[in-house]
Each structure stands twice: as structure tokens, then as C-alpha cells.
Ligand binder design. Structure first.
Ligand code: F3S
Length: 277
């Protein structure tokens, strides 16, 4: 069996930067509290927990004076204010691309635009962007949801950083008749686009693609979606134990892709297991 490794794959610069900061802080302080899972990859979270990471879901659960890590998806100014009020020290792992989307949404709102965020309303990054807008911001996940959106004078659009360009384009086109003025910031990050292009290429060049990444990872789910849309046979695994022998059967050329939140050590484990076959 021949393996073709997609490029780029695995940690994007934002996740790498956040995890490096977190590891440095764990070495320095011992115990660190993370507000929500620091990364959508169960295997990596297990490893970080073994180094002293503790997970909490809300500011209320944070002990006062504790050290708090903000994940790459960012958080809202309100949460930061509450944590500081408790005397917590903040280690900010927010990805610069997420900060850019937050900032653009805030500016649009200040300039009187009705803010629309194209993305998943339940995703922590989208909630962090929404929290940076002082007025109300709408979250739209697909062009179908635009039908019920009211007409406005000025609409300003930003996107979840891991969105597909096609999805952003179709929402923006559907919004054109809804506004006299429409301003769009394409805040999709390049790391996401490059990984989606890589998986498209793998889908064309192989008999099947294995996508490695947490089952709760949006950017990994998008890679799976992109490959399936190309008509490719896809196996989504979170760890080497999920490799399905019956899926491998009869395939001679397999592509390997991984989400932006998949650590190198996990990708290497999968590749080494498959290479020994
Ligand atoms: Fe940042 Fe893009 Fe990664 S937003 S966390 S560089 S996928």
C-alpha cells in the first residue's frame, strides 16, 4: 500500500502557538485552568491534562487568583473581565486570525453595520466573535437561513475562520438584495483554505483518504466534507485504534490528511502503523 501525505497537515500556526504557550505556562506554574477544551482533540487534551491542565466550563468554576488559559478560539471581553475580577492571571492563546475576526466585527458594529457572522452559532470561536460586538450580531450558517433575515440599510459580514469559501460566498450572495450597503471581511484563515485544497488534491490522486482529527473538531469535519464532495471514499479517525481494516481492503493508494488541531505525534502514530502493513 502506498501512502500520500497531504501538505500542509496537522497543527496550524494558531494552534501550535497556543499549545506552545500552554506548555510553557504548565512548566512554570504547574496547574493551569482552561476555560473549555483548549483544543478539539481528545488525545492531545489527555496529554495536556497529564501535565497539569484542568478544564472548567465557566468563569464561576475558576478558583480566584488562578492561572487561566484562553484557547485559540478566543473568548469574550465579558469573560476576560470576570476572570480578571477574580484576580486570575490570563495566558492568552487566542489565534491572531480569530482576533482579527473579532476586531473586524467590533469595527463594523461601531460603524453602524448590522453584523452577520457566517458560521456555526454553537462554536466557541463564533461566540467569542459575537461577544466582541456591543450591539446584536446574527449568526448565519447557510444561505437558506438568509430568507428570514430582515432588510437593513447596512450589513457587515465576517466569517468563522474555519468556514469554507463557498459557504461564505453563497451567504454573501443571498444577502445582496437585503442591504443598501454590504461590507464583507473575508476572515477565513489561510491555514484552513490550504488544508482544504490539500485534501481536494488527495481526493483526486488516491483511492481513499484517511482524515485524522477529533470528532468534535469543526475544521476536521470540513476536511471530511470537502473530500466526500469530491466523490472520495473517506475514513475519519480520531486515533490509530479507529483504523478500519475493512475500509483499507483492496485499496493501494491512500491519502493522509489531518485537521489543524491534530498533533504531529498522533499523525506519526497513524502513518507508522499504516506503513508497517
Ligand atoms: Fe488560527 Fe486558522 Fe488555526 S484561525 S487556530 S490559524 S485554523
Amino acid at each position: 500500500m502506498r501512502l500520500i501525505i497531504g501538505k500542509p497537515l496537522g497543527f496550524c500556526f494558531g494552534v501550535k502557538r497556543a499549545i506552545d504557550e500552554l506548555e510553557k505556562a504548565l512548566k512554570k506554574y504547574g496547574n493551569i485552568y482552561a476555560l473549555g477544551s483548549p483544543i478539539h482533540n481528545e488525545e492531545e487534551v489527555k496529554r495536556l491534562k497529564s501535565l497539569g491542565l484542568r478544564l472548567v466550563e465557566s468563569v464561576e468554576e475558576l478558583p480566584s487568583q488562578s492561572i487561566v488559559f484562553i484557547r485559540a478560539h478566543g473568548t469574550t471581553p465579558e469573560v476576560l473581565k470576570q476572570a480578571k475580577h477574580k484576580g486570575c492571571t490570563i495566558i492568552d492563546g487566542t489565534c491572531p486570525s480569530v482576533k482579527n475576526a473579532q476586531e473586524k466585527a467590533r469595527l463594523l458594529s461601531e460603524e453602524g453595520y448590522e453584523v452577520v457572522i457566517v458560521g456555526d452559532p454553537n462554536h466557541p470561536e463564533v461566540q467569542s466573535i459575537k461577544g466582541c460586538v456591543s450591539a446584536y450580531a446574527s449568526v448565519i450558517n447557510s444561505s437558506k437561513d438568509v430568507a428570514t433575515f430582515p432588510n437593513k440599510d447596512k450589513i457587515g459580514v465576517v466569517s468563522q475562520t474555519t468556514q469554507e469559501e463557498g459557504a461564505l460566498l453563497s451567504v454573501v450572495s443571498a444577502l445582496v438584495p437585503k442591504a443598501r450597503e454590504l461590507r464583507v471581511y473575508n476572515t477565513i484563515c489561510k491555514a484552513t483554505l490550504h488544508r482544504q485544497e490539500a485534501v481536494r488534491k488527495l481526493a483526486a490522486d488516491t483511492e481513499g483518504v484517511i482524515v485524522i482529527g477529533g470528532h468534535n473538531s469543526t475544521n476536521t469535519a470540513k476536511l471530511v466534507e470537502v473530500a466526500k464532495r469530491e466523490g472520495c471514499d473517506v475514513l475519519w479517525i480520531a486515533n490509530p485504534q479507529e483504523i478500519d481494516e475493512s475500509w483499507l481492503y483492496g485499496k493501494h493508494i491512500i491519502g493522509i490528511a489531518a485537521g489543524a488541531s491534530t498533533p504531529d505525534w498522533l499523525i506519526k502514530e497513524v502513518i507508522s502503523l499504516l506503513s508497517r502493513r
